[in-house]
Write a protein that binds this ligand. Sequence first.
Ligand code: C2E
Ligand code: MG
Length: 585
Amino acid sequence: MKLQNKVLIVTGLAVILFLFFSYFNVIRDSFISMSVLTIFIFATLVFLTYAFIINRIEKLNKQLDNITSATQTSKKEIVIEGSDEFSHISNKINLFLDNQRSSINLLDKKIDGLEKEVEDAKQELLNANIELKQKIAEHSTVDKSFTDHRENITKIQRHDILTELPNRILFNEALNKTISHAKRHNKIAAVLIINLDAFRDINTAMGRATGDFVLKRISKRFTKALRAEDMLARLEGDEFIVLLNDIEQAKFASVVAEKLLAACSKPIKEFFVTASIGISIYPNDGESLEDLLNNADMALYKAKSSGGNSYQFYTEQMHIEASEYLQLGAALREAIENEELTLYFQPKLHIKTGTIIGAEALIRWIHPELGIITPAKFIPVAEETGLIMQLGEWALRKACKTNKTWQDEGYEHLTVAVNISPKQFYHPEIATIITNVLNESGLNPQYLELEINEATVMDDIDKAMAALDRIKATGVQISIDHFGTGYTSISHLKRFPVSAVKIDQSFIKGVPNNPNDTAITNAFIALAHNLGIEVVAEGVETSEQMQYLSIQNCDVIQGYFISHPLPAQKIVQQFKKLMDRVLLG
Ligand code: C2E
Ligand code: MG
């Protein structure tokens, strides 16, 4: 039972008791009645006050319980009873709780949103991580193939592709190491530069594939001839180099050189390959890489110029000769400026008609102290120093002018022939130079003939064809000089826009007594005639040779038998004399 009801019941009973007592006591004893009434009223007041306060306290407790439970669970509301101030407070609290809840809801939503974002970010991070791992994997594959490539490149950079031998780079590294080692331990080392003789001929005559085959085979033979600790490298083309470490004595290098020459002795396919070797010794011939290589090169040059198929050790004398060569270059430069150069002319005689059809211009250097220097001495220097362009143009100009003078003097149909060096031949401006020179001199192009060495045109047929066409377009005549020495194939000769071939004097020398030379000469004449090309025999020194060549229908002869090369002023007097002598002879 509720406290309120208890209070009401007790209050009701008190009123009945009061009325009962009042009824009996008012009469009997008003004092006692008054006392009992007073006590009763007092007790009732105490009780009502107590009941009222208790009731309020209980309600307060309950509300507090509601509040506590509402605040603790956050979802529940405070139960509101009545409409007193507690209810009012509860309302406020409910309102507050509502706000709280909606704030919490909002926060919950935000947290949900944030959690989703975090989840998304996590996923993204995961994806990025996977991607990164893939990239790292890809990268390491790329890195590996890059490393492989780099190793390959380094290998290629240090090795010759054709023979797989070390190349110049690797050789130089090895030589530098050898020099340092030899320096520290007082050792001797040797450098041998090997160059194959006449390899170019095989290459040009038989094609690059055959040339490559020969190079590969010879490199294998050289490798076999050497010890494992020696190094064989290919420098370029037909040039190889050997490094001998720690040799007891310098002369040991000659044993190796002989072995290398012997390695060439057996033919490769049908080709007999020989080699020339230049040797320099550390420390005697040089203590640096440059000196050792230069001096071995100088020795090689010497071995080559003394006929090939041999080896040469470097000597001081070679150095002197080389510096003389350099000095010659400087002197030649001055000679051009001082006009010490002149042209000699050697006539060409047409056998059938006995007429001089022209003359070849041959350059001479009239040195104030040394006298006449022949072109064999200074043309190679001019080629190497680049002076040949200047020198060649000068010869061309001088020859054209001279021929114009002869023509003006009555020798109207003479042709002047000028030798053209490889550098001039392949010069992109050669046609312009020729045209300018012709225009300057006033000579008709058909009376200028350019002699081009067979070896020059055989170097690179397509390039040569282009150059020949360029030159031919100027209207001049072209002849192939030293014909027979460069293995021109018939198919090439057929395509060349040339009017004559000059059979090399090495074949004419054997005519008519040497059967080989005679057979070759006859074959050349027949071949050229079949292609409609005129034949000139050079180096004719005897009447016997002339008679034979005449019988073989050779068209033109040139040589000491007709005339030595002479200065321009003398040659004109010779023309008539020569013709008379030949016709009479
Ligand atoms: P080449 O064009 O073969 O000239 C022929 C060479 O043979 C000339 O030598 C000539 O004097 C020589 N000779 C002529 N007839 C006979 C003979 O019956 N017997 C012998 N043993 N030799 C004879 P040279 O004048 O010393 O010229 C040598 C080479 O120098 C020429 O050979 C030519 O290639 C080159 N040369 C000469 N002048 C010039 C030039 O102006 N420019 C260029 N680039 N080269 C030139
Ligand atoms: Mg010539």
